[in-house]
Design a protein around this ligand. Structure first.
Ligand code: PAF
Length: 254
């Protein structure tokens, strides 16, 4: 395929190219295995910005479970098509040593929100997320960056980091995108076998319809989910569950 989108693999080349870029730059960082939720972020960036930059980097420092990192889906060929079709101008796709020159001696750490919800059950996860996003922001120097509300806690933490470190980047939350049966779109859905995939939409249904968290937990456990956590915060009901080895997260407004 002859691409209009330019792929850049090194920090040095990105920084040189960045000097030539003019206007409002919208950035969508990803770890690849793209789905319609990611595409909605690119399309929103395309509507609102002069230049759209996406990144694909499977960030090892945010995986508290080595197996999860090793089995993280890779669909690069399809991702490139999706990015090109969404009108992305530049794809930044570095390797580990480009991003972690310091081999993760330095990190960005948040001490409160990052220890709750997903942070309570995934120690170090948000330190890895914030550190890599800070690095990507410093390389890409976007005007604004787009994040899906499926990872609502991540969105809040990144917004807070920008405020705390005076980064002049607008953090734009975008609505969570669901499959027709209600399952929140996620790269990890690719890891569900057919039985688990059939059961998975019940997670969203229970989160939205049950009267309280106790009832929600009971119904999910009865159906075969292992509940990692269920909590209510920020006017939302958050949950994480396992179906076999696959961990799914979701949240709904209450
Ligand atoms: O949401 C993700 O895909 C990742 O956490 C991010 C923001 C790209 C950082 O690695």
């Amino acid at each position: 395929m002859k691409m209009k989108m330019k792929i850049i693999n090194t920090v040095r080349e990105f920084q040189a190219t960045r000097k030539e870029m003019r206007g409002r730059l919208g950035f969508v960082p990803t770890m690849g295995a793209l789905h319609a939720g990611h595409v909605s972020l690119m399309e929103r960036a395309k509507e609102e910005c002069d230049i759209v930059v996406a990144s694909i980097f499977v960030n090892p420092t945010q995986f508290n479970d080595k197996k999860d990192l090793e089995t993280y889906p890779n669909t690069l060929e399809a991702d490139l098509h999706a990015l090109e079709n969404a009108g992305v101008d530049f794809l930044f796709m570095p390797n580990y040593s480009e991003v972690y020159l310091d081999d993760y001696r330095y990190e960005v750490r948040e001490k409160e929100l990052s220890k709750t919800l997903c942070g309570k059950v995934r120690p170090g996860h948000f330190d890895g997320v914030l550190s890599v996003v800070m690095k990507l922001f410093n390389i890409v120097r976007p005007t604004c960056a787009y994040f899906g509300e499926k990872d609502y806690q991540q969105y809040l933490l990144i917004k807070g980091m920008c405020e705390a470190f005076f980064l002049e980047i607008e953090i734009i939350p975008c609505p969570l995108v669901r499959e027709a049966d209600g399952l929140a779109m996620s790269s990890r859905n690719l890891k569900l076998d057919s039985t688990a995939r059939q059961l998975a939409p019940l997670f969203y249904r229970e989160l939205s319809k049950c009267k309280n968290l106790h009832e929600c937990r009971l119904n999910l456990e009865r159906a075969g989910f292992v509940v990692d956590y269920l909590e209510e915060e920020f006017g939302r009901r958050f949950g994480a569950v396992f179906l076999g080895k696959v961990r799914l997260i979701d949240n709904v407004q209450i």
